[in-house]
Write a new protein. Structure first.
Length: 558
């Protein structure tokens, strides 16, 4: 396999380059080896990422032990939990593209031969994997690990509980002292949010799609196994380099099918749909929303994970993690076993080498013969309100159909204000628009809004529809990714206060009960909103971003 780094360090003309490397402590022996980028998104913005610089040390040791020269560099990461509920959340999805871009630029600029990418908070996981697909150099993804659950009044709690407690406080059901006490214990360590929210979902997917080593997803951030995993990932990338195995050899349509299967079986975040679509575009794989629905219908939901269920990632880890879940799916021939992975072996070879026994006494992972739901949880809806599709996670949702009158908001803040003032009532359909990829821009997550509804005991009694997104910690009748979005004149822009809306999860439909002639008249009257940003990163993103139905990736306009 071609060793690109030789372009930088070989020959008399590269004496200046070698001099700069020697200034950093490298010698001629080091310069004679393949260069491996070790990327991480460590920072002090979030507990998900605060420890990643420490993990990178072990990845570098693994590279060195296998005959490579590691070169560490960092990229950004936005804390979704801290950016949530205000203007800062518009930067979150945009950061996914910037993470991918920055990793790409560092590797291209310095002609590295391979990559280990370590990530923690939500967008840094798909961002790192997108860069790997784009660069198509031998690469291994590593997750920073989950946070430990907090303990409050004898029960496990996560950040989801704190957000929902804010709603309970606003409703007068919780004292300020109780809210403070919960806040003090909910996040006790480093690591990503503990339920099957977006980070843990994408970590699970990294195993299922073959870009991460088996067992990568579930060990907690502070577990000693995490250091071993990153060390082994450093070794694994050198094996991939030696054998000429690249990300696009791994990221086939069949491996994406495996990823979608696991996302449904674990009751994963709706963001998985967006990120897998984006990753498929980078890998040159033709994946559509129809593929998600086809795979969902044949996949049982077997992991009883929060937010729709009871357990956190630590609980799944204790019984065997994602390998155990995948071995359950393997029994029913629900995985493509012959796809290649970063071990250099097939998925079947990986799973067959892992000795795990299903414990019938545990309650986290249901038997494949007696699942929580017979079909998966990530449902694609279409209809007059979302002609190009919308996404809802049905884990924990009890109703099949919802019919109600629209309360329309053009900003998340306005909806949150109405909820806080108790202006939303049972059977209402909240519509939050102009929050899509282009309109927000950045397709904000709305955990503050959805958690406030749950905190007021309205989570199952109202529906929420948006062209924005939801946190992986969201639960209830919450429908996001409505496409086309309002900013480009999608039908969600035409909804008026009091319009009747009908959602049917059995028929996969989402319709506004308004005649086509009335809609046509409204289309003639509709005018686009002025962009919220006219300069800077958010404006650049808005000018280039595609629809959520295509992964909300940035696409040059030639």
């Amino acid at each position: 396999m071609e060793i690109s780094s030789r372009n930088v360090v070989e020959g008399p003309s590269r004496a200046p380059h070698r001099a700069m490397y020697k200034a950093m402590g490298l010698n001629d022996d080091d310069l004679g080896k393949p260069f491996i980028g070790v990327s991480h998104s460590g920072n002090e913005a979030t507990p998900c990422n605060i420890h990643l610089g420490r993990l990178a040390i072990h990845a570098k040791a693994g590279v060195e032990a296998s005959g490579g020269t590691p070169r560490e560099f960092s990229t950004i990461a936005v804390s979704d939990g801290i950016a949530m509920g205000h203007e800062g959340m518009k930067s979150s999805l945009v950061s996914r593209e910037i993470i991918a871009d920055s990793i790409e630029l560092m590797v291209r600029a310095h002609q590295y031969d391979g990559l280990v990418g370590i990530a923690g908070c939500d967008k840094s996981l798909p961002g790192a994997m997108m860069a790997m697909a784009r660069l198509n150099l031998p690469s291994v993804f590593v997750y920073g690990g989950t946070i430990m659950p907090g303990i409050y009044e004898g029960k496990q709690v996560t950040i989801q509980d704190v957000y929902e407690a804010v709603g309970s406080y606003d409703a007068g059901q919780l004292t300020l002292e109780d809210l403070k006490n919960l806040e003090n214990v909910a996040c006790p360590s480093s690591g990503s949010c503990g339920g099957m929210y977006t980070a843990n979902t994408m970590a699970s997917i990294s195993e299922a799609i073959g870009l991460a080593l088996p067992g990568n997803a579930s060990p907690p951030a502070e577990d000693p196994r995490r250091e071993k995993i990153v060390y082994q990932s450093g070794q694994a990338v050198m094996n991939l380099l030696e054998n000429g195995i690249r990300p696009r050899d791994i990221l086939t349509y069949e491996s994406f099918e495996n990823a979608i299967t696991v996302a449904n079986a674990i009751g994963g975040s709706t963001n998985a749909v967006l990120h897998l679509l984006a990753l498929s575009r980078e890998a040159g794989v033709n994946l559509t929303l129809d593929d998600f629905e086809k795979i969902r219908k044949r996949t049982p939901h077997i992991a009883d994970m929060r937010p729709g269920g009871q357990y956190v990632m630590l609980d799944l880890d204790k019984i065997g993690g994602i390998p155990l879940l995948m071995k359950s799916l393997q029994k029913k021939n629900l995985l493509n076993e012959n796809v290649i992975t970063v071990t250099g072996k097939t998925m079947k070879q990986n799973l067959d080498s892992i000795q795990l026994t299903y414990d019938t006494n545990q309650k986290v992972l249901k038997s494949i013969e007696a699942p929580i739901h017979e079909v998966g949880t990530l449902t694609i809806l279409r209809g007059s309100l979302a002609p190009d599709g919308a996404v809802v996670k049905v884990a924990g949702v009890k109703k099949i159909e919802f019919r109600g009158k629209a309360h329309v908001f053009d900003r998340e803040e306005d909806a949150f204000d109405a909820i806080s003032k108790r202006q939303i009532k049972e059977n209402d359909v909240i519509v939050i628009r102009y929050e899509g990829p282009k309109g927000g821009p950045g397709m904000r997550e709305m955990l503050g809004v959805t958690a406030a509804l749950v905190g007021q005991n309205l989570g199952e009694k109202v529906a929420l529809i948006t062209d924005g997104r939801f946190s992986g910690a969201t639960r209830g009748f919450m429908i996001g990714h409505v496409s086309p979005e309002a900013a480009v004149g999608g039908n969600i822009a035409l909804v008026k206060e009091g319009d009747e809306i009908l959602i049917n999860l059995e028929k996969n439909t989402i319709d506004m009960l308004v005649s086509e002639s009335e809609l046509e008249q409204r289309r003639k009257e509709w005018k686009p909103h002025k962009p919220n940003y006219e300069s800077g990163a958010l404006a650049k993103y808005a000018s280039l971003v595609t629809s959520a139905s295509e992964g909300a990736i940035t696409k040059p306009k030639w």
